[in-house]
Design a protein around this ligand. Sequence first.
Ligand code: HEC
Ligand code: HEC
Length: 200
Amino acid sequence: MLALAFSVACHAEDRGVAAGGSLEAKLEYCKTCHGLSGQGYRGYFPMPRLAGQQPQYLENQLRAFIERRRTNPIMANVAHVLSPSMVAALAAHFRSLDPKPYGAAPRGSLALGKRIYEEGIPEANVPACSACHGTDGKGQNEIPRLAGQLYDYTVGQLTGWAKVRGQGSAVDTSAIMAPTAHNLSRSQVEAVAAYVGYLQ
Ligand code: HEC
Ligand code: HEC
């Protein structure tokens, strides 16, 4: 299973490199993993939704992969060959896409998720997510859109934050989110991840 996932990943990579510099070729390459309309894809790894994402956030994350502030072997390889103008063009393209949420999140704790999203959990020092990510979950600038994001991906990010984000010596934007990720329990993460996964 793992070997298959890596061979798929490597195959996609070959195509991207071989296809050279055109924006269309790059987009096709991104979409082999992130879905044809950027809606995300549930493969061996969850591939996050990029559709409608804030361009500054998307660009900052691609730089984070290159600079290893955010560790992910696949995306480090993908990102390090992209020129700054290509990164900007890719970000503008994904920003313009608006497919329906991927869905497939459990529905059992949506009400709890909504409450956490809108009100936070004061006794656990968790602020309302909406204060930064917006009441509609669309984000702003370097704060990501969460609306329609894949459930498994969001759960994975929030539970693994300290191991993946903000690596290296420099403090970056990931530090803004770190205490909140830390203070959420597993079941609270699952509830809020499910809630945002259905936001359009
Ligand atoms: C081989 C599969 C694959 C390809 C091809 C690929 N990605 Fe990714 N991408 C991933 C995975 C897996 C993640 C999740 C990484 C993690 O868990 O931290 C990701 C994460 C990202 C993120 C972070 C999203 C977020 O919400 O933080 C961005 C941005 C991104 N990819 C952009 C791109 C772009 C642009 C391309 C095309 C140039 C591309 N990716 C091609 C697999 C891929
Ligand atoms: C003080 C502002 C702030 C608050 C409050 C906040 N966030 Fe964030 N969040 C951010 C920033 C900034 C980032 C981008 C971090 C980075 O650059 O690595 C982020 C990133 C994320 C990500 C990663 C998204 C992706 O595509 O990888 C998730 C998931 C997330 N936040 C969920 C939440 C949830 C759930 C809450 C409420 C419980 C919340 N956030 C509250 C600022 C905030």
